[in-house]
Write a protein that binds this ligand. Structure first.
Ligand code: ATP
Ligand code: MG
Length: 129
């Protein structure tokens, strides 16, 4: 709800009961694939969008995802949708910096293999700045 309110591209949360969460379905006729299974035409563009969304999440929603990877990002017809917020933490959490660094490392590692240049320190500064 925090992420959605801040305008981060996440599924709309409809309802929850105890540990059950009902979310908007992401996909059309077929369910949206995670990044690792999607066909990516322009990796740099997708990478930049993920960093932009991560910054919005940090700055506007006040959250670190803490489990960000190619498995927790859906590609909905070219649109990036972040999912799986079960481990998300506030930036004041004692390990928030580590989690943010790990999130960025995961994304950088993945996109480096697709030929995108990524300076982890630079990206973290960009997100925190
Ligand atoms: N809102 C959604 N719309 C469409 N598919 C979704 C949505 N949320 C989750 N999924 C699908 O379900 C999978 C698992 O969801 P999620 O990442 O939230 O849980 P998880 O705890 O990581 O589960 P697992 O360990 O089985 O991957 C995702 O990789 C994605 O394919
Ligand atoms: Mg997951």
């Amino acid at each position: 709800m925090r992420a959605k309110k801040a305008g981060v591209t996440v599924p709309e949360p409809y309802a929850f009961l105890n540990n059950i969460l009902v979310l908007e379905y992401i996909g059309k006729d077929d369910i949206a694939p995670p990044l690792n299974k999607a066909h990516i035409k322009d990796p740099k563009k997708v990478f930049d969008t993920i960093i932009k969304e991560t910054k919005k999440l940090y700055k506007d929603a006040g959250l670190v995802h803490a489990d960000l990877s190619q498995f927790n990002i859906l590609m909905d017809d070219g649109k990036v949708v972040l999912i799986d917020f079960g481990q998300a933490t506030l930036p004041t959490h004692p390990h928030a910096d580590e989690f943010l660094e790990r999130d960025v490392r995961n994304i950088c590692n993945y996109f480096s293999k697709l030929g995108v240049k990524c300076d982890e320190k630079n990206v973290i500064e960009q997100i925190r700045g």
